[in-house]
Each structure stands twice: as structure tokens, then as C-alpha cells.
Design a protein around this ligand. Structure first.
Ligand SMILES: C[S@@+](CC[C@H](N)C(=O)[O-])C[C@H]1O[C@@H](n2cnc3c(N)ncnc32)[C@H](O)[C@@H]1O
Length: 230
């Protein structure tokens, strides 16, 4: 199934390149969480692609640092526009709340794909990545990769180990994640495979996140998350 971007007439900030990437990526996922949905433009592409549940997380109050772009949210309830636009999708679950509250509803390592497009200050982007990375199994990604505060947060979390979606007009940043069982990891390192420990030591932020998710759900030894830097 293909996605016809011309049929997505919902107001928002995604261009066709971004919509197509979201649709294609979501096709491969069993579930998706979007942080920052507004009127549902990006959500529509995710819902159209994903066969499983798409969770839309938004307090619908607008972003703190974008008073002009989100001025409408002061005057009326944007969640009504959102529901009008995408409320008919059967695979939609709306979490009308802040990102920090919504994240508490998810087990670690339980979401295939997380798409971050909420607050765009350095602190907000960094915080959202830190909150949602432990929940993510396959891809954590977000919008506005050329926006300096977003780039700064990405550098802080991942160094240069992230990529953009293809195309000159692409705005999405992507960080692929792979999960392996501890036993697989053991056999790799015995065979002289990837040097997991030194990779993880290279980035304390990521290591901390891994330690955190690891402790919460799996205890200390059963599973180790391996972040493959593509
Ligand atoms: C740039 S808009 C999202 C645009 C949307 N993805 C699209 O395709 O048009 C950002 C959204 O994030 C929401 N938002 C900002 N900070 C948030 C937070 N901490 N938790 C939940 N939603 C937040 C705002 O209410 C706003 O709807």
C-alpha cells in the first residue's frame, strides 16, 4: 500500500518527504508512539502505515517556546481538530497529557518506534529523548533535525551517530536501535565481534539510559541492550 500525501490536507509542519518516511517506517512497526501531534498531520501518516496501535501523546496546549505558531491553542481546544482529522482510525490511542506523564504508562523496551516532535528547545528535546529512549525497541526519531537546538540535543545524546531521512527536503532525524539477548552478545564478543563495552563507554548518556531500562524491567543480567551505531 502506498501513501498519497496529497490526500493529507491536515495543517501542520511535515512536508511530503517526511510524511512518506513516517508512513514507510510505521509499516514495519507493531506499535508507534508520537510525542507532539497537534492537528494530526504526522499522526495521519503513522496511523496509515502502522497495523498496530499508534499512541498520540500531546497536551494540546501548544509548545512553550512557540507562542505564535501555537497561538490557536490559547483560544480553543486543538484536540477537537485532532479528533476530527484522525479520530476515525481504529488503531489510534490518544494520551492527552504531557510527555513526562505519558511515558509512565509504558514498560521499558515496549515500543517499536518513538517519533518526537513536541517542544523544540534544547532542554525539551534532550529530555524527551532521555525519557523515551529506554522505552524504544527499534527506532527513535524526531522532526526538525536542522533546527540548532535539536541538533545540539542529538549531538549530546548520540554524538554523530544518527542520520536523516533521505531527500534534500528531509527534516527527520533517525537513531536505529537493536536489541539483543545477553547470550547473543556473549557469543559475538567471544568470536571477536563488536566491542559493545567500549562503544557504550563512549557515551555516558546512552550508557546511563541503558542501565536505567535494564534495571527496571529485566534485573541485572538477563538482557543487555545493544545500541548499534549505524
Ligand atoms: C510542532 S507541534 C507537532 C506537529 C505535528 N507533529 C504535525 O505533524 O503537524 C508540537 C506539539 O507538541 C505539543 N507539546 C509540546 N510540548 C509537549 C509536552 N511536553 N508534552 C506533550 N505535548 C507537547 C504541543 O501541544 C504541539 O501540539
Amino acid at each position: 500500500m502506498e501513501y498519497d500525501t496529497a490526500k493529507n490536507t491536515i495543517e501542520g509542519w511535515m512536508n511530503d518527504t517526511d510524511l512518506l518516511w513516517l508512513f514507510d517506517a510505521a509499516k514495519e512497526m507493531e506499535n508507534v508512539v508520537e510525542i507532539g501531534s497537534w492537528k494530526g498531520r504526522s499522526t495521519h501518516a503513522l496511523l496509515s502505515g502502522c497495523k498496530g496501535t499508534v499512541y498520540a501523546v500531546d497536551h494540546f496546549l501548544g509548545s512553550s517556546n512557540e507562542p505564535e505558531a501555537h497561538a490557536e491553542a490559547k483560544a480553543r481546544d486543538i484536540s477537537q481538530d485532532f479528533m476530527k482529522n484522525v479520530g476515525s482510525f481504529k488503531n489510534l490511542k490518544v494520551l492527552k497529557m504531557g510527555s513526562a506523564d505519558a511515558v509512565k504508562q509504558f514498560e521499558d523496551n515496549s515500543v517499536d518506534m518513538v517519533f518526537i516532535d513536541a517542544g523544540h528547545t534544547y532542554e525539551e528535546v534532550l529530555n524527551d529523548i532521555k525519557l523515551w529512549l529506554p522505552k524504544t525497541k527499534k527506532i527513535i526519531c524526531g522532526h526538525d533535525r536542522r533546527h540548532p537546538p535539536v541538533k545540539k540535543a542529538l549531538r549530546k545524546m548520540f554524538g554523530e551517530e544518527w542520520k536523516g531521512n533521505d531527500g534534500r527536503r528531509s527534516n527527520i532525524w533517525i537513531k536505529n536501535i537493536k536489541t539483543r539477548r545477553h547470550s547473543e552478545l556473549d557469543s559475538e564478543s567471544t568470536a571477536g565481534g563488536s566491542n559493545v563495552d567500549s562503544r557504550l563507554r563512549g557515551n555516558d548518556e546512552i550508557k546511563n539510559t541503558i542501565d536505567l531500562s535494564h534495571n527496571k524491567k529485566y534485573g541485572n543480567i538477563e538482557v543487555l541492550l545493544l545500541y548499534v551505531f549505524s
